[in-house]
Design a binder for this molecule. Structure first.
Ligand code: ZN
Length: 133
C-alpha cells in the first residue's frame, strides 16, 4: 500500500458555522465547501491547507456517529485520513494481514472520494480513514 500524504484531519464539532469562525477569523483558513454525506448523517466543512485539509464534521441527526462521538468524548479530533494511491489494493493488503476493518469495501465519502475506515482497535485508538481521490 502506498500512503501519499495526510489527506485531512476530521474534527467533530457541534456547529460548523460556529466552530468554523475560529478557523477562518483567527487562523485565516478558508471554508472551501460544506457538503452533506447523508449516509453518515453528517455535514462536512473543508478548510484546505496546502495538500491537506481540516474537515469539520457536524451531525445532522442525534443518532449519527458524530453526535455519538461528541456525546461520549466532547468535540475534538475524530479521525485522520491518509490519501492512498489505490484503495482497493490497500484494503486487499490489510485483509491479507488480518487487520480488522470497519469497511470491507470502499464507500463514497465527501467530494466523490472513495473511503474506508480501519477499526480503531488496530490503530491504538485513532480512527484511520483511507481515501482515494
Ligand atoms: Zn474524513
Amino acid at each position: 500500500m502506498k500512503i501519499k500524504h495526510i489527506d485531512h484531519i476530521g474534527i467533530a464539532v457541534k456547529s460548523i458555522e460556529e466552530a468554523g469562525r475560529f478557523f477562518t477569523d483567527v487562523l485565516g483558513l478558508r471554508l472551501e465547501k460544506v457538503e452533506t454525506v447523508a449516509e453518515q448523517k453528517v455535514n462536512t466543512g473543508f478548510f484546505p491547507i496546502t495538500d491537506s485539509e481540516l474537515e469539520l464534521l457536524e451531525s445532522t441527526d442525534p443518532d449519527g456517529p458524530v453526535a455519538k462521538f461528541i456525546d461520549a468524548r466532547g468535540e475534538g479530533v475524530q479521525h485522520i485520513a491518509f490519501r492512498v494511491e489505490d484503495i482497493d489494493d490497500a484494503l486487499r493488503e490489510l485483509k491479507e494481514k488480518g487487520v480488522r476493518l470497519i469497511d470491507q469495501e470502499p464507500r463514497k465519502g465527501a467530494g466523490g472520494a472513495r473511503i474506508a475506515f480501519i477499526h480503531p482497535k488496530e490503530t491504538h485508538g485513532v480512527l484511520v480513514e483511507l481515501c482515494e481521490k
